[in-house]
Design a binder for this molecule. Structure first.
Ligand code: FAD
Ligand code: NAP
Length: 335
């Protein structure tokens, strides 16, 4: 069941060549439990992998990779307004969104076409076009990697933030999320505040959730590099959220700075704008670089190493810090 010395290249969307000492794919909770107590891998580091679309592999992995293949979607309960839908963690996120659209369950249409698995979605509270998974999150089930105990996490316990949760911080690599239950709507409130969505929908008098999903899919396909063609892990950096006073000073120096107020005290700066203005957009070094249309996306044109990409991210971080005084934070998980 447990394989040895496996190439991880097919398992990360950056297309980075790295090896794993041990590798197992699990499609049931029992398989997962036996993998966790296997004598050969006791005491070794364990890493759960979904679609590999939010990781950068910088060195060989000397422990056990647990590739999540838990499948199944079920309706837990419903009332007139809401439906509670549980998805096992190994389902593809976009497949799950399509299941919701086909059944006219609303709330995640703006999150169409995000790569990866359902189980990784709470990890960074996936978000796009003004919606985050936390907006519809009900609960998740997870297994403690050390003890094998099965635990439930309510929304409060997940400590969701902007591309953040407790699983990215205090509980990183401590739990394997096995299922996620979302509370979806039967009567929908569409979120079309992002300019690109409004534009796409301007000729539809009464758009529905499928129209929003289709619009998001069209926009994403026109702007983002497809990892099947160019290796990438989506946005490499988070958009920084800075205090209003710091923003005012920056705006005096850079009146065009792309910004979105979060509340009275904080402002979100588009990291893509900073990287673009600093001259990095489209920059290519050998076989890797910064995407030509999306300054937030670092790309591997083929054969680049994880260290190459990491060093590029370091160079960008330092340059942004010196030009704007802003410390960018990596969104992608580095291993
Ligand atoms: P992986 O890369 O396999 O894992 C990511 C992290 O989560 C790792 O630390 C891993 O150990 C952990 N993990 C994975 N599964 C589990 C589990 N079951 N239990 C516990 N921990 C787990 N993200 C957004 O938020 N919004 C976007 O719009 C978006 N667009 C993207 C577009 C492109 C083209 C690409 C390549 C990426 C994009 N992403 C986006 C990033 C990425 O798709 C998401 O973060 C996604 O949720 C990652 O899922 P995954 O299964 O591939 O996770
Ligand atoms: P975009 O529409 O060109 O906008 C650039 C940035 O400005 C985005 O990062 C977005 O922040 C922010 N923004 C735009 N309109 C906004 C509004 N009305 N209110 C608040 N913030 C606004 O962005 P894009 O790069 O094409 O991406 C579109 C969406 O997909 C974004 O939500 C982005 O986060 C998401 N996406 C994420 C990834 C990833 O890997 N994480 C990859 C591709 C796309 P936010 O990022 O906070 O939304």
């Amino acid at each position: 069941m447990i394989q040895q010395n496996i190439s991880l290249k097919p398992f990360n969307t950056f297309g980075i060549e790295q090896s794993a000492k041990y590798f197992v794919s699990f499609s049931s909770i029992d398989m997962l439990k036996s993998a966790l107590v296997d004598p050969e891998t006791q005491g070794l580091e364990k890493l759960v992998l979904g679609g590999g679309s939010n990781i950068l592999l910088t060195k060989p992995f000397n422990g056990l990779i647990l590739k999540n293949n838990l499948r199944g979607i079920s309706i837990q309960k419903e009332d007139e307004k809401f439906v509670w839908v549980k998805s096992m963690a190994g389902e593809g996120w976009h497949d799950f969104v399509m299941f919701a659209i086909q059944n006219d369950f609303g709330g995640i249409e703006n999150l169409s076409l995000i790569p990866g698995n359902v189980g990784a979605a709470p990890m960074q509270n996936i978000g796009a076009y003004g919606v985050e998974i936390k907006d519809v999150f009900h609960e998740l089930e997870a297994m403690d990697i050390e003890t094998g105990d099965e635990v439930r996490f309510t929304k409060k316990r997940c400590q969701f933030g902007y591309r953040e949760s407790i699983f990215k911080r205090a509980f990183k690599n401590k739990y394997i999320i096995t299922s996620v239950t979302l509370k979806l709507t039967k009567q929908h409130t569409l979120k079309t505040s992002y300019g690109a969505i409004k534009d796409e929908l301007k000729n539809i008098t009464h758009p529905n959730i499928k129209d929003v999903s289709d619009a998001v899919i069209r926009i994403r396909q026109s702007k983002l590099p497809d990892p099947k063609e160019i290796g990438n892990s989506g946005s490499f950096f988070k958009n920084p959220v800075i205090p209003m006073a710091q923003f005012k000073l920056l705006q005096e120096k850079f009146p065009e700075i792309a910004n979105y107020p979060v509340n009275k005290h904080f402002v979100k700066i588009a990291a893509g704008w900073l990287i673009d203005q600093a001259g990095w957009k489209g920059k290519t070094i050998d076989n890797y670089g910064v995407h030509k249309n999306q300054a937030l996306v670092l790309v591997n044109y083929g054969g680049a190493s994880g260290e190459n990409i990491y060093q590029l991210s370091e160079d960008i971080l330092n340059d942004i810090k010196s030009k704007y005084g802003i410390e960018l934070e990596r969104e992608v998980n580095i291993y």
